[in-house]
Write a protein that binds this ligand. Structure first.
Ligand SMILES: C[S@@+](CC[C@H](N)C(=O)[O-])C[C@H]1O[C@@H](n2cnc3c(N)ncnc32)[C@H](O)[C@@H]1O
Length: 238
């Protein structure tokens, strides 16, 4: 998977490479990241890329031309998609991430700033607008990193143990059960006894039940029939 990012702040993306997973994925050629400084495509002597909106209103907009020139400078792979990060976009989800890792070789992410971008760029050059949530950031950089890090985990071989990906919250269709590590008691808080029992069947049942209750409590929207317990858990609500 090749990621290309059009941004006014390429240095922000150094943050991704603090992760060992990301470093290894790059070193082994499983993913590539190329950032493109939008300002390099400014067509004026002051190197600016923003203009006030027609019709008035607050703030500035990124002009269409530097965006188009930046996009045209990027070599395109066969299976490529241009994404605009925007709070007006469709919701970014694990399902979307999975679909893109399976169907694309290249994702081009365009980061907005200020009041956003000239709509003509979206109409003419963007395949999809994507939002990472119902809140407003000052720029698309963090959103682009969220998208790329989510996709990177789904690229085969990036995460050493693939079951760690398939059993993740959301990816598994619900939330994951609570987990504990040593010590078995900390300041009076004990690890649930079943986890120390060595009885794998019992542990599995306990985990299923905990995962279900947690999902019911925090994210009932993830359950197909939120008020109905699966048969193996009925009568065990305590
Ligand atoms: C301050 S926002 C502009 C918001 C714009 N005025 C509007 O009302 O839609 C600046 C940039 O941050 C990015 N951004 C902000 N919130 C986002 C979100 N929830 N998801 C993805 N990108 C976001 C977008 O790239 C956007 O162009």
């Amino acid at each position: 998977m090749r990621f290309d990012v059009i941004t006014l702040f390429p240095a922000s993306f150094d943050a991704l490479s603090v992760s060992k997973i990301w470093q290894t994925a790059q070193a082994t050629g499983k993913l590539e990241l190329h950032t493109h400084q939008l300002r390099d495509f400014s067509t004026n002597k002051h190197n600016t890329v923003d203009e006030p909106p027609y019709g008035g209103g607050p703030g500035m907009l990124i002009s269409v031309e530097p965006l188009v020139l930046a996009l045209e400078s990027i070599p395109r792979q066969k299976r490529s998609k241009v994404l605009m990060l925007s709070p007006q976009g469709k919701a970014f989800t694990q399902d979307r991430a999975q679909m893109w890792t399976q169907s694309l070789d290249q994702l081009i992410l365009v980061c907005g700033r200020y009041e956003g971008v000239d709509e003509r760029f979206i109409e003419g050059w963007v395949d999809e607008c994507i939002s990472i949530g119902d809140y407003v950031l000052s720029g698309g950089e963090l959103a682009a990193m969220v998208v790329m890090e989510t996709l990177s985990r789904l690229i085969p071989g990036v995460i050493g143990d693939p079951t760690s990906v398939t059993t993740d919250s959301i990816q598994s269709g619900g939330l994951k059960y609570p987990q504990y590590t040593r010590p078995s008691e900390y300041r009076g808080q004990k690890v649930p006894e079943v986890l120390l029992s060595g009885d794998h069947q019992k542990i599995e049942k306990w985990r299923q039940k905990q995962a279900h209750f947690r999902t019911l409590q925090n994210r009932p929207d993830l359950l197909k029939e939120p008020d109905i317990l699966p048969p193996q858990l009925r009568g065990q609500e305590e």
